[in-house]
Design a protein around this ligand. Structure first.
Ligand code: GLN
Length: 550
């Protein structure tokens, strides 16, 4: 039977529960265990696919095409266990399944209730995720929300039952809290005491506490917290504020022996810890020289979470190429305002000094004219450009408008009446009205054309990346586009769909219909982000003599 670890949070949200759970996962993998990460989300949406990025940050897509919470992106960056739709459990899915069974008469006339029916469904889903891979040693289940929230109660109740059934040696509760600092620099443990009490009211005694605090807790505070919460003093850990990177957190926990305490409590024989990839990554972080400024031209710029995986992948690309990556967030709508372009990207503008442009994925017309302007600017100013999904479609629209001279060239998503629909729905999709049904989702293979930048990057003819889009490069324009010089650098296996394009005679301009950011890790950057940042770095520091501009 697998071991279960439940990670819950208290006091307030945004304490970094996902990163803490993922870091624990990374440490246990370092000890040679097979770890599987599961997220329980208390919202009623069936999945994150229909939620605005403003509401809930990015939608993370798994290989099997599930549109999930962005925490799964953290799991993917910190751990290597498989992630699929079974790793994401939402209240919406649970109720949908229970109500479906009720309609089918499967409850045999019984009154259907939160306990046991909803909780049984949650337990069933956690167990299914655990059993999907028979080699799984430990399942880490992150419970979204904060203890005390109405929505979290069924998940905590399911966790309580599972802990009780599995026995303490097989199931642990890890609880994350906040230790605030009041005027005078004093650290306060009271909110943590209350948070643990709230857990105890749910019938769960936390075994391990991870306290978010401005600084490392001293022995006195640890003992005090332990005394009030029934947690062993050596099981009280600190996640203190760091200036470096979130990827330092596994090592910060390792130094405090979090993995040793977890293994001991679960009766797992201690094995040698191999955290070499994390130490190597931190060494790369510390030895970066120089800095490149990447303009991300999108429409959800106010909320960092909206493009989380893209930002992380840029950082990974920087680690791999030895430069710090500065994110310059450019609201594409602003580029459309009178003088907006001059103000933001003109020669006098502060952002005018950006070294590379990235247009990420997105939906809807708003801001796309600004994106086309930014792509055009990168193309004509020979600034490296990476277009992801919508960002690739924008490259094609720019080519239609500004190279082929079709002023109204557009995607039918943005202008259904255009005479030059260079991006459109597949013919057979045109009549399909069911929103969501036509989306191309999840992993699928692409054929890369030898001799292209894309080939230089992946070094493989067949690659496999994840998709999340509805519109496609319109095949009727293939000839016009390629004869005028736009390079098609990847297709679907049957060559029926265009998967990537490139600018000719340009330092590096690549657009891909897929999302390479979802598979990028700090310990293994996406090749596409690596090559993009390499091109940016080499253009900024052409002599290659050590990127020394600090
Ligand atoms: N809106 C575009 C489409 O549906 C691009 C989607 C995306 O960038 N993820 O095809």
């Amino acid at each position: 039977m697998n071991k279960l670890i439940f990670v819950s949070g208290g006091v307030c949200s945004s304490l970094g529960k996902g990163v803490a759970a993922s870091s624990l996962g990374a440490l246990l993998e370092g000890r040679g265990l097979n770890v599987r990460m599961v997220k329980c989300d208390p919202y009623i949406n069936v999945d994150a696919g229909t939620m605005s990025p403003y509401q809930h940050g990015e939608v993370y897509v798994t290989d099997d095409g599930a549109e999930t919470d962005l925490d799964l992106g953290n799991y993917a960056r910190f751990t290597s266990g498989a992630l699929s739709r079974t790793n994401s459990i939402t209240t919406g899915q649970v109720y949908e399944a229970v109500i479906r069974k009720e309609r089918e008469g499967r409850y045999l006339g019984r009154c259907v209730q939160v306990i046991p029916h909803i909780t049984d469904e949650i337990k069933h889903r956690i167990r299914s995720a655990a059993q999907e891979d028979p080699d799984t040693d430990v399942v880490i289940v992150e419970i979204g929300g904060t203890v005390g929230d109405i929505e979290s109660v069924p998940f905590l109740e399911a966790a309580r039952q599972l802990i009780h059934e599995a026995g303490k040696i097989n199931a642990l509760s890890v609880h994350l809290t906040l230790i605030p600092e009041v005027a005078g620099g004093e650290l306060k443990t009271k909110p943590t005491q209350h948070s643990v009490k709230a857990m105890q009211e749910q019938g769960i005694q936390p075994d391990i506490l991870i306290c978010r605090a401005p600084v490392m807790l001293d022995e006195g505070n640890r003992r005090k917290i332990a005394l009030f919460t029934n947690v062993d003093p050596e099981a009280v850990f600190t996640s203190y504020n760091i200036e470096t990177t979130i990827y330092a957190i596994p090592l910060i926990f390792f130094e405090q022996k979090l993995d040793q305490v977890v293994l001991k409590k679960m009766g797992v024989e201690s094995r040698h810890a191999n955290l070499e990839p994390w130490y190597t990554m931190m060494e790369k972080f510390r030895t970066r020289r120089g800095n490149v400024r990447i303009g991300i031209v999108g429409k959800y710029m106010e909320l960092h979470d909206a493009y989380q995986s893209v930002y992380e992948a840029l950082f990974h690309g920087g680690l791999e190429t030895g430069v710090a990556v500065e994110l310059v967030k450019i609201d594409s709508g602003k580029l459309e305002e009178p003088d907006g372009f001059e103000r933001i990207l003109g020669p006098e503008a502060p952002e005018g000094s950006i070294d590379g442009v990235l247009v990420p994925g997105g939906f809807g017309q708003r801001g796309t004219t600004g994106m086309v302007k930014a792509a055009s600017w990168a193309r004509t100013h020979r600034v490296p450009y990476l277009g992801i999904c919508l960002g690739m479609q924008i490259m094609v629209i720019d080519w239609g408008r500004n190279v082929l001279g079709w002023e109204d060239a557009d995607s039918t998503e943005f202008n259904p009446q255009t005479k030059h629909p260079v991006i459109s729905l597949l013919d057979e999709q045109v009549d399909v009205k069911n929103y969501g049904g036509t989306m191309r989702l999840g992993k699928s293979p692409s054929l890369v054309e030898p001799g292209t930048r894309l080939f230089a990057c992946y070094q493989q003819e067949t690659i496999c990346e994840r998709h999340r889009h509805r519109y496609e490069f319109a095949n009727t324009y293939r000839t016009a586009m390629t004869e005028s010089g736009l390079r098609i650098s990847a297709y679907t296996l049957d060559r029926g769909l265009v998967e990537a394009v490139e600018w000719p005679d340009h330092p590096w301009g690549v657009g891909v219909q897929f999302h390479p950011e979802f598979k990028s890790k700090p310990t293994a950057a996406s090749a596409l982000f690596r090559d993009f940042i390499t091109a940016v770095r080499d253009r900024k520091y052409p002599k290659g003599e050590g990127n020394n501009d600090e």
